[in-house]
Design a protein around this ligand. Sequence first.
Ligand code: ATP
Length: 282
Amino acid sequence: MSITSTVRERAAPLAVSVRGVGRSFAGATRHEPERVVLRGIDLEVAAGEIVALIGPSGCGKSTLLREVSGLDAPTVGTVSIGARPVTGIDLRCAVAFQEPRLLPWRTIEKNVSLGLPRGTDSVAGARRVAELLKLVGLSESTALRPRQVSGGMAQRVSLARALSRGPGVLVLDEPFGALDALTRLRMQDLLLDVHSAEPATILLVTHDVDEALYLADRVVLLGQDPDGPSGSSIRRIIRVPGSRPRDRGDADLAHLRAELLDGLGVNSHHQTTTASTARDFR
Ligand SMILES: Nc1ncnc2c1ncn2[C@@H]1O[C@H](COP(=O)(O)OP(=O)(O)OP(=O)(O)O)[C@@H](O)[C@H]1O
């Protein structure tokens, strides 16, 4: 899907700096020990960069996204967006999840407009919503309600709503995880088109190693060091070669896929020769 440029009524992309971040949760009862989920996370994300986070289920990927967006606060360490620390829900950052979380009684257009910054002039707001709906290919569907659209369309609405805030940072938690394989590939291309038109810094959690390698400038592998103290840390950071859009069948990517699957504890030789099972590692 090719996208023409839109008038940008948004902030410039912002760098994200994660320094010494750890997060522990108290045990469910007084007798249960504290649970360390993240430990010593240091990550510098450049303005406009796309970084994919992968790691085994429960290793703390969503928790790290919550620290960046200010939905949760780290136990130790700091997160900064641009030069300013994140101290609570941060309006410079927009979040989208695996479920689109739309209001069922509102139209698609209205759902997107809910993301506009408070106090946006109504004419400018309507123009911005129309631009975003065009950007995600939904200009013909503005008056529909969420139950009348497909899962992929609903996810595009969710993306447009996130962008309507004009975020410097876009945090996406498994945004395409619930979609069928073909819709997912299309959404990956759409996200790259959106990123070219409105280049926010993107932090994205995915379970799909191929998706990470297709979309990201760098892939960050989170996980527990088997010989280290409890809590996930960054095990590996891989810079993905080549410029986007990448060739999904690129031999270099196959090599990196093997390396990442290895890092996830999957038998990579078998996985790289069996493409269908190499996708969607959980
Ligand atoms: N508010 C909370 N209170 C207690 N424990 C929590 C809380 N939030 C997260 N956790 C725990 O932190 C751990 C990491 O959760 P998180 O959702 O970040 O993992 P994840 O890597 O995103 O998992 P998945 O890939 O399955 O989505 C889990 O064991 C979870 O139970």
